[in-house]
Design a protein around this ligand. Structure first.
Ligand SMILES: Nc1ncnc2c1ncn2[C@@H]1O[C@H](COP(=O)(O)OP(=O)(O)OP(=O)(O)O)[C@@H](O)[C@H]1O
Length: 375
């Protein structure tokens, strides 16, 4: 089975939730305030609002120079503004806004050297950044928000998370799904509550179950739902326990920190066997426990940490102590209801005369959603 990182980055379709569209609209509003003269802003935004109301989860805004034979005033206004912040040779201009900053920062595309504003490139990796591309015809293309997947550790890299998994496509028990969505909703709404009770605004999940039952898919669904970035912490690439904490510097608020296959990394270290020597894992169980406890008190707000394992019974009980994991989620073999979701996702079937027979078979045999998806 591929690793979480491989699976999460393997997709090319961008899926966006309602949250994403709402955030995008908000960002468009912000951008419009800064790009357009005041008298044009209202008209432009009401047009966008109309579009979003009817629109799918993806949106590109293209401002053409001419609207038929008529000159497009929005294009002229945007062009005038852009000329003041870019050099004549600029082909691409990126615009980003940090959560707590009021103004957008504008950054010239990858192949150009000049950058504007005080933000460095990392700020592009914020949730909900917008990309404005100026084509040779002078069109301005505003691309949709994207969730970022970053790999922490010595080979750290970031990519846009284009994993299409959502809670709708996830084949898990409907009751568990609802419980989890409610839990996430409660978590993001409870800033004041966490402050009042003096608790860090963090949440820990343990996902356990056999390979191919959807642990990585669930993490992607959570990220797409909350519009949080994902940081995938590869323990095997860390040199020491101290590296765990140092990696946090690269993470941001409103993010999910993922540590996968936790039993392998820790077990290997404790057993000190040949496999351990091969994997070069340098993180110890106590180092990890210290890190989790410290994480809860030392880093920013709105953080979710997710551990995954195929073997919960191998984990040290200290790891599962109350307060470390808020929710333990058992990902299990496919149920009849899960099967219905998968056939609706893949061949697009809602009904079939074989369904009853398959329902019976599925309850008799352990089969993973991944195996069914493969078929
Ligand atoms: N519960 C599920 N709902 C929908 N699709 C699933 C589910 N489980 C598995 N799949 C399909 O199988 C593929 C592999 O599953 P995934 O990587 O999420 O499982 P995993 O439990 O993380 O496996 P591993 O423990 O090996 O990392 C997914 O990309 C998806 O296509």
């Amino acid at each position: 089975m591929p690793s979480t990182t491989a699976v999460l980055s393997a997709y090319t379709t961008v899926t966006a939730s309602a949250v994403l569209v709402r955030t995008l609209l908000y960002e468009v509003q912000n951008l419009t305030n800064q790009l357009l003269p005041r008298n044009l802003q209202e008209e432009f935004l009401s047009g966008i609002g109309y579009l979003v109301g009817n629109l799918s989860s993806q949106m590109s805004i293209i401002i053409e120079e001419n609207n038929g034979l008529i000159l497009n005033e929005v294009f002229e206004a945007s062009k005038l503004y852009l000329v003041t912040i870019q050099s004549p040779s600029t082909q691409r201009l990126k615009v980003a806004k940090a959560e707590k900053k009021e103004k957008l920062s504008t950054i010239i595309g990858k192949d150009e050297n000049i950058s504007f504003g005080n933000e460095n490139r990392l700020n592009l990796l914020l949730p909900c950044d917008l990309e404005v591309t100026c084509s040779s015809r002078g069109n301005i293309l505003l691309q949709e928000c994207k969730v970022i997947l970053s790999t922490l550790g010595s080979y750290g890299e970031s990519v846009y998370l284009d994993h299409p998994s959502t809670f709708e496509t996830l084949a898990i028990d409907p009751k568990l799904k609802k419980e989890l969505i409610d839990d996430l909703d409660r978590f993001v709404k409870r800033r004041d509550y966490y402050r009042r009770v003096g608790k860090a605004w963090k949440h820990g999940y343990l996902l356990y179950g056999p390979p191919g039952t959807g642990k990585s898919s669930l993490i992607a669904a959570m990220a797409n739902y909350l519009k949080f970035d994902i940081y995938d912490m590869e323990l095997s690439s860390l040199q020491s326990n101290g590296d765990l904490r140092r990696q946090l510097v690269y993470t941001k608020n409103r993010s999910i920190l993922v540590i996968e296959d936790i039993d392998c990394s820790i077990e290997l270290r404790n057993r000190n066997d040949a496999a351990y020597n091969q994997s070069q894992t340098q993180v110890t169980l106590s180092g990890l426990l210290n890190f989790i406890d410290g994480l809860w008190s030392s880093c920013g707000d709105e953080r979710i940490i997710v551990f995954t394992t195929n073997y919960k019974d191998r984990l040290d009980p200290a790891f599962l102590r109350p307060g470390r994991m808020d929710m333990q989620i058992h990902m299990f073999y496919c149920s009849p209801s899960g099967f219905r979701i998968l056939v609706s996702n893949y061949p697009g079937l809602k009904n079939h005369h074989k369904f009853d027979e398959i329902d019976e078979l599925i309850t008799e045999v352990n089969v993973t959603p991944a195996e069914i998806a493969e078929e």
